[in-house]
Design a protein around this ligand. Sequence first.
Ligand SMILES: NC(=O)c1ccc[n+]([C@@H]2O[C@H](COP(=O)([O-])OP(=O)(O)OC[C@H]3O[C@@H](n4cnc5c(N)ncnc54)[C@H](OP(=O)(O)O)[C@@H]3O)[C@@H](O)[C@H]2O)c1
Length: 286
Amino acid sequence: MKKILVVGANGQLGNCIRKIAPDFELDYEFTFTDSQTLDITNADQVNSFFSENKPDFCINASAYTAVDLAEKEEEKAFAVNAEGVAHLAQACVDFKTTLIHVSTDYVFDGETNLCYSEDDFTSPIGVYGESKLKGEELALEINPNTIILRTSWLYSEFNKNFVKTMLNLFSQKDELGIVGDQFGQPTNANDLAEAIMSIIEAQQKTFGVFHFSNYPETTWFEFAEKIAEFSKSKIKLNQLTTEQYPTPAKRPKRSTMCLDKIEEIYKIEPKHWENSLEECVSILAQ
Ligand SMILES: NC(=O)c1ccc[n+]([C@@H]2O[C@H](COP(=O)([O-])OP(=O)(O)OC[C@H]3O[C@@H](n4cnc5c(N)ncnc54)[C@H](OP(=O)(O)O)[C@@H]3O)[C@@H](O)[C@H]2O)c1
């Protein structure tokens, strides 16, 4: 029986992996850790945990994800998203564990009219993106046998995210302004969890960077419109420009990622974002 360690298991992605773990229990033994039981910023703790548990796969679902706060908490963001990832990568080398690490579309500056492919030039425009890029670089430098999945606009029925924030605001307000000039691809974290398990199950592993999200691209405004439609909300939504909705951290204008590499190599077909969103909204309505 192969062992899978899921680090940062109380986050959105971690919870989605927990949800599907019973489907894989005949072949895999899962261990889920949170920041209390395994703090990735603590190299000794990481090392002794791996030494005791010797996982075959480590899914890093942990991260410092507060994009705006990261502008003020650079050290904290780098401690988790860069140094913490390095500790995991080193432990994975030492204990022959395959590392599956999750990164972000925010490693790109968003100044493109096309989709970004995996080897396109990275140039983050905020501290969060910089710290995640550093994590990618350290992971691959320390452990070339790492699979990095960049994802975008992650949401689920768990924890805090755009979909849950919208549903909450729809129940309190009659009208809402949403940014309509930033483009990207929403991703249901349940789909990402399934993609990760497909990679673990693949007989042959190709390492390196892959993009995974739902498709095609949309804007935050259109995303909010669909959340309203699927939740049968009567909210009036108004389209705002980025200038009308300033945030502490700048966001890429278009961070749409090309998805053909993961399709070609791992035969993972991304779902249409509207279908995945509808599933999530219906779960949240229960
Ligand atoms: N959310 C998005 O929109 C988005 C977009 C693109 C990419 N991503 C990436 O997707 C991945 C999953 O994101 P998510 O939304 O599921 O994250 P999340 O819900 O914010 O969860 C992150 C988890 O990381 C844990 N964590 C933080 N510091 C830790 C530490 N030092 N040691 C161990 N665990 C620690 C947190 O645990 P505690 O709660 O116990 O502190 C939290 O449960 C991340 O790599 C993220 O960068 C996310």
